[in-house]
Design a protein around this ligand. Structure first.
Ligand code: FAD
Length: 318
């Protein structure tokens, strides 16, 4: 079922959902099931699975020469989505990214998704490779989420690459996109970022999932600005409980977000990592209660495939 229908069918109750990362290459799918099982009692109507671009590693040969090798650390998104749908009977939402794919490969992936009965996709540009200073599009691929979105909406209109099919099957993907309550880090200002977000919605995006945030006023301002700018699709807040003191530095650095004073001060005062986790969970429980009050349609957790903290929060909320 489409995410928008799940939301429509639950007008008064905030839904619960979460995101998982595919296991690192060489690990079994059991890790995915172990990350899902403790959360199923909270009845997620959908589960997201991230996609990861290939990266480079350097292999040293006996001669001392270094060889640059391209490899994908976390393959398997499409297969994991199929496995989740078959095992748990919930919708799985694969993330689709520009980086690492030609348009032909994207088309083939979308055909696979459609054959598997997957109704939703989250369309993203994707992160840069670690070795690159910024995002470099794959030759023959897409540079921005808007370009990838165009390809998905084309298929929803029966338009495929290269061939002219008069009777081509029209896919019916419900398309989600990313939104940034604290601005995407490459945008010169909020206004520019909003214009591109608006473009994504005008081009067919039916829901928005936000970057994580810890200050609910940023989500509320973002939703209000979207509505003022004619962006009327559901806006799903993305949430990540703090689970270690290192995240005081790593989350702002990686995700370009601020942590509120009271949260960072409470973490600094903690005497152990166990205490930090408790502070993070308690903070997130309060954040969730407020988000429900302001009408968030879904609380969507970035579990990083570690279900424990999310389970504690869900127990207090759902
Ligand atoms: P875009 O919408 O393409 O925006 C990128 C930047 O370009 C922005 O500054 C925007 O303002 C600007 N821009 C947008 N369109 C245009 C245009 N047409 N012309 C010029 N400028 C433009 N990354 C992964 O690799 N895998 C994942 O699974 C993944 N999941 C995510 C899930 C969520 C909910 C979120 C919020 C992020 C996720 N990311 C993931 C990270 C995401 O890929 C990065 O934040 C990336 O830097 C931007 O992606 P985007 O889709 O927002 O890009």
């Amino acid at each position: 079922m489409k995410i928008t229908e799940h939301i429509k069918n639950s007008p008064t109750k905030t839904l619960f959902s979460f995101e998982l990362l595919p296991p690192v290459k060489g690990q079994s799918i059991q890790g995915i099931y172990d990350a899902i099982d403790p959360l199923m009692e909270f009845k997620p109507p959908f589960i997201d699975v991230t996609y990861h671009r290939e990266d480079y590693i350097y292999k040293q040969h006996d001669s001392g020469l270094l060889e640059k090798v391209s490899y994908r650390k976390r393959p398997g998104t499409v297969a994991i989505c199929a496995a989740i749908m078959s095992r748990y009977k919930v919708d799985a939402v694969p993330h689709l990214i520009c980086g690492g794919f030609t348009k032909e490969e994207t088309e083939n992936a979308l055909i696979d998704l459609q054959f598997l009965g997957i109704d939703n996709v989250l369309v993203l540009r994707g992160d840069a490779r670690h070795a690159d200073s910024g995002f470099i599009p794959t030759p023959g691929g897409h540079a921005y989420a808007t370009d990838l979105l165009q390809q998905v909406t084309n298929m929803n209109n029966g338009i495929y690459l290269h061939e002219d099919h008069d009777t081509a099957f029209k896919t019916q993907f419900c398309i989600g996109v990313a939104g940034y309550p604290e601005k995407h880090f490459e945008s010169p200002n909020m206004k520019t970022d909003f214009n591109f977000l608006k473009k994504k919605v005008e081009m067919g995006a039916e829901f928005i999932v936000t970057q994580m945030f810890f200050d609910n006023s940023k989500y509320v301002d973002f939703v209000n600005k979207c509505r003022e700018n004619g962006i009327n699709v559901p806006i799903i807040p993305g949430l990540k409980p703090i689970t270690s003191s290192k995240q005081l530095i790593s989350l702002p650095k990686i995700f370009h977000i601020d942590l509120p004073d009271d949260l960072s001060e409470a973490i600094v005062k903690c005497k152990s990592e166990k205490d930090v986790k408790e502070v993070g969970i308690e903070f997130m429980i309060q954040q969730c209660k407020e988000l429900i009050k302001v009408g968030a349609p879904v609380l969507h957790f970035y579990t990083m495939s570690n279900p424990g903290p999310t389970r504690r929060i869900a127990e207090a909320i759902f």
